[in-house]
Design a protein around this ligand. Sequence first.
Ligand code: ADP
Ligand code: MG
Ligand code: MG
Length: 293
Amino acid sequence: VEWINEFEVVKDLGMGSFGTVKLVRDSKSGDLYAMKVFDKEKLRNKWIGATNMLEDVEKEIKILKLMDHPNCIKLYEVLDNPENEKLFLRLEYCEGGQSMLFDAPLISRMNTWFSTAPFSMDQISVEPLSEDTARRYFIDLLDGLEYMHDNNIIHRDIKPENLLLTKDGKVKLADFGTGQVLSEGEDTIAFSPGTPAFLAPEACRKGQYSGRAADIWAAGVTLYTFLHGRSPFICANPLQIYKMIREEPIGFSSHLSPDCRDLLRRLLDKDFRRRIKMKEIREHPWILQGSAE
Ligand code: ADP
Ligand code: MG
Ligand code: MG
């Protein structure tokens, strides 16, 4: 790389609206890392509501520094030279990130298929995962999410494309830019943008809601997506998706085991007061089936 001499770019890993992620190699050790690159000038000029995007990146860094868990992406270093217009986060590299259900372009297409052109289901769906594989991934997700919640951090953008797969098939949570750090014991957060198809019903309205319960809903939509190969909320009109999330009953594949369908139903309970809690998920028969093996 011309900007940081010790690292050479191997390839592009991903692209967000405010940064790119590149696979880099440490020229001395040969070790691989994911380098998330931000353009500071662009961030400074970009506002979403009252939030400047540079503040968002600072929050992402703050959260990354607070965390230390095998199911959360590790931050090794922040490279922020005042003379350089770019800011770099050197992150742990997850090389299985491109597996089909985690395919970012595909998932984005599923989430934002807001076109007037007709589309067919096979354009927005992939082969579902088996219950066993989905359970393994989901338990990894739970481990990371429980750690965050125990440390008073809400993720707010749980979805397949923010889950990364390691070489040996472990799932890690990534992308903490939309996260929120709460004070001890606090649970409510205000409206946050997130990704429409993964927003909890109570988060589609104005006002305060439980951050933890909304993350659990998004984990439920993610598990649904693993098991069906597509998101439960697909509609051609962006304004209708919120109504769909709030009002429309969700159907589950009849191929799924009764325990599996029961867990999905409880995760995707539209009433957040009744929705299953982290502790109860751990004790659910479908989850326990995994630890019995
Ligand atoms: P954004 O905030 O722009 O969504 P992300 O942190 O989610 O950025 O990264 C964008 C994409 O880059 C991810 O969906 C993933 O495909 C890829 N990516 C990010 N971090 C890593 C990593 N540590 N290892 C492998 N791929 C990654
Ligand atoms: Mg992301
Ligand atoms: Mg982000």
